[in-house]
Design a protein around this ligand. Structure first.
Ligand code: TXA
Ligand code: MG
Length: 349
């Protein structure tokens, strides 16, 4: 199939294109679209055949449930069996936005969409193109990140095309996704809210609204044998083709270690990539150095992380060394993705 790519302007969204994309979704086809976090690969969430197509297009295991995207807060009541007081407070505070909530599901949501689970993940994005598309499609859009399974999530339409061209009907191009990391996921289906995936809506932000929020142990100790509650968190993810190693420690020690490791790798005939920051990029004597942005502005790092990981796949580097980031605020979400991409290879210096 030929994938149509349509550019949209946020200042004047072309509703003819949105209507056309909405029709594709209604008829069971797939449309990739921008959200504030990453691009999503959308299908009709209430149509099991659409969910099957999503799994096939991504090459994703079908036990890995999809997030249902809505455009109006109240639509959650059509698909969630029970919405607790705390869930309502979180929706009030953070919807629309990069927060996904897990509820017990109503029968209207097909098992194919939830990977056989009795719960459903729901998110109301803030992105205007996303919300217009959801509205035009009938209200319930299942959308995982729009990447081939295992590759870094996509933050531009070009990245989506790289992975999914020829497999889906349409890509809506809204430019670069501003957050760059997927939404925070919180399970509110039971009494105690639990974070299943960290994101830019942090634990502290949510605790200031609803009191204590737990973190799934699999997020904190990702290398242990703890089974994560979000099925997708158990899969190898985001990995670049070259082997990626994170170097952790005081900045000056990290620079020294990366320079030494790079020299050793080069001596073995390997080509080296380095993931640095604006503050440190000039300190590396060799290798292909790419900056993620200013270390002092974590939102720059999150915005560029997947893009930089992907960019190394277009080079011939054999190994990549990355600096690490703190685990406060957004840093925890950044490190969660980076550790997965590195298959948890970390050198402490
Ligand atoms: O920001 C985002 O959340 C993006 C954009 C497109 O909205 N979407 C996204 O979807 O990241 P995906 O499929 O790549 O990641 C969804 C994660 C997976 O780890 C999946 O296992 C988990 O959410 N998940 C979905 N439904 C769940 C459920 N009912 N219970 C537990 N985890 C669930
Ligand atoms: Mg994903």
């Amino acid at each position: 199939m030929e994938t149509q790519i349509r550019k949209l302007d946020y200042a004047a969204i072309d509703m003819d294109i949105i209507e056309k994309a909405g029709r594709i979704l209604k008829e069971g086809g797939l449309v990739a679209f921008p959200t504030e976090t990453v691009y999503g690969l959308g299908g009709n969430a209430l149509n099991p055949a659409s969910s099957e197509k999503i799994y096939a297009a991504k090459g994703r295991p079908s036990d890995n449930p999809l997030i249902v995207h809505i455009s109006e807060k109240d639509d959650v009541y059509q698909i969630a069996e029970q919405v607790s007081e705390r869930a309502k407070q979180l929706m009030e505070a953070f919807w629309p936005g990069p927060l996904t909530l897990i509820f017990s599901k109503k029968a209207l949501v097909p098992d194919k969409t939830t990977g056989g689970l009795s719960t459903v993940a729901v998110r109301m994005p803030s992105d205007k193109i996303a919300r217009a598309l959801i509205r035009a499609s009938g209200g319930f859009v299942a959308a995982p990140s729009a990447n081939a399974s295992g590759r870094p999530s996509t933050t531009t339409a070009a990245h989506v095309a790289e992975d999914l061209s020829g497999r889906i009907e349409m890509i809506l191009d809204g430019g670069q996704a501003v957050i760059g990391l997927e939404s925070t996921i919180v399970d509110v289906s039971e009494e105690q809210p639990v974070i299943l995936r960290p994101g830019v809506i942090t634990r502290a932000m949510m605790e200031s609204v609803i009191g204590p929020v737990e973190i799934d142990r699999a997020v904190i100790a990702p290398d242990s044998h703890v089974k994560p509650k979000a099925p997708g968190m158990k899969y190898r993810h985001y990995a670049p083709k070259a082997s990626l190693t994170i170097v952790e420690g005081e900045t000056k020690d990290v620079i020294e270690a990366v320079n030494r490791l790079s020299a050793e790798a080069a001596a073995e005939g390997k080509r080296v990539g380095i993931m640095a920051t604006d503050e440190t990029a000039g300190c590396y004597g060799m290798g292909l150095v790419r900056s993620l942005g200013a270390r002092s502005r974590e939102e720059e790092i999150s915005m560029h992380l997947f893009e930089v990981l992907r960019s190394f796949d277009e080079t011939d580097v054999d190994c990549i060394y990355s600096e690490s980031f703190g685990d406060a605020a957004i840093g925890q979400a950044i490190m969660n993705r980076l550790l997965k991409a590195a298959g948890h290879r970390v050198i402490e210096v």
